[in-house]
Design a protein around this ligand. Structure first.
Ligand code: SAH
Length: 398
């Protein structure tokens, strides 16, 4: 696409954009209706028609596109994207030289200068996530740039931009050689089975790397551990390797059971000595309450929003109640790992949920440590909203 349209910023937003805010917000633009086709290049201008920044139109739940340059004459071509990717790789050189970890993010959207895409590395394979039709219009330049910037076995992609911003089912292979799946990657010495061509989720959420390591190295030993919303059981595997006496993994999805068995087996752990339960977590809490089950270590890692047969869970409304359920089945002096990837609220509000949940259940707690996104999920100070991950370790005390 070659033509460029000018987007006029409302006066009370010009400062924000001049200081580097990268996301095009509908509220900030007075002539939004000039936008027609996604992928259109846009120049952001102020009320006096002075240039502010250049970007593209692409609809995401977050906004209307991203600003990529402060140079009016910038071209979004292979050299442009190659520069960005090379700089991103440079920042992560030390990760490539760590044999114990062979999967991490090499490009994190606006954190690395191009909002709307992420690129992850899985032991020689690269996976591009496209978050809008708009950024996908630049695929030839971006894939071309990636091919020039890295040695790859193969490149895969996920399109995450159907009408609801969801993953679109497709053959995700792009170029190079096809992988043989599962691809076995390592994270801090632990094996993971990864599938790059089977739906939206590949088997592991790379942003929790530090949390998994912390659980293994500092909190798991001797515990009876409960992992809720467990997906492929990643936290359970790390807890088990860290010396948990037993782990219980609970997830609603049928696929979670064979996937969790697979991950345990890949790491030489007897899965039959673990509980792997396919059930609604809220139902499980009731069961655990009836049976008076108690756990020393409880991980809560729900999706921001989920609908099950009986429940609609939305992190900003329901996290406090989820915590209350967890508190009830946590041993005294037990540890709760409260995690959320919701961008609807920040760390302060999240800690507020924790504080209220303990207050309402009449227990005290001690905050132990907290995590946000790891360094490979780079964020920038101009867009702190990009740091969506919040994880707080707390100890329940009498
Ligand atoms: N903690 C996981 C990632 C969780 S992804 C990890 O570290 O890898 C969210 C998971 O929550 C999905 O696997 C989904 O199936 C599950 N889920 C959503 N609603 C649920 C519910 N009500 N009860 C149990 N699992 C649920």
């Amino acid at each position: 696409m070659t033509h460029t349209v000018s987007l006029k910023v409302k006066p009370n937003f010009t400062r924000k954009y001049r200081s580097g805010f990268p996301l095009i917000l509908a509220d900030a633009i007075s002539n939004l209706k000039v936008l027609k086709e996604e992928g259109t290049i846009v120049n952001l201008i102020d009320e006096k028609n002075a240039f502010i920044a250049k970007g593209y139109y692409g609809k995401q739940n977050k906004g209307y596109g991203w600003l990529l340059s402060k140079n009016e004459h910038e071209k979004f071509d292979i050299p442009f994207f190659k520069n960005k990717i090379t700089a991103a790789l440079h920042r992560r050189e030390h990760l490539f030289s760590d044999d114990a970890t062979t999967a991490f993010r090499i490009f994190n959207g606006e954190g690395d200068g191009v909002g709307g895409i992420t690129i992850d590395y899985f032991d020689g394979f690269y996976l591009i996530n496209w978050y809008s039709k708009g950024i996908y219009e630049f695929r030839h330049a971006i894939i071309g740039a990636l091919k020039e910037a890295v040695d790859y076995k193969g490149i895969y992609q996920k399109k995450r931009f159907d009408a609801k911003g969801q993953y679109m089912e497709d053959d995700d292979f792009v170029t190079g050689e096809r992988g043989e799946f599962p691809l076995i990657i390592k994270e801090n010495g632990v094996n993971f089975a990864v599938y790059l061509n089977e739906g939206a989720m590949v088997g592991v959420f790379l942003d929790q790397r530090e949390v998994r390591k912390t659980i293994r190295d500092k909190y798991a030993k001797g515990t009876n551990m409960l992992n809720t919303f467990s997906y492929t059981g990643a936290f359970s595997i790390f807890a088990s390797l860290g010396g948990a006496v037993k782990t219980t993994s609970v997830d609603l999805a049928n696929r979670s059971k064979p996937k969790t068995i697979e991950q345990f087996s890949l790491n030489g752990i007897d899965y039959e000595a673990q509980d792997i339960i396919v059930e609604d977590v809220f139902k499980y809490f009731k069961y655990a309450g009836r049976k008076q089950l108690k756990f020393d270590l409880v991980v809560l890692d729900p999706p921001s929003f989920a609908r099950s047969k009986k429940n609609v869970f939305s992190a900003d409304k329901d996290y406090k109640d989820l915590l209350k359920e967890a508190i009830a089945i946590t041993e005294d002096n037990g540890v709760i790992v409260a995690s959320t990837n919701s961008s609807a609220f920040g760390m302060d509000k999240f800690k507020g949920f924790i504080q209220k949940a303990f207050q309402e259940t009449g227990f005290k707690y001690k905050e132990l440590e907290q995590f946000s996104l790891p360094e490979d999920f780079r964020t920038i100070k101009e867009f702190p909203e990009g740091n969506y991950l919040k994880v707080v370790f707390v100890r329940k005390v009498q």
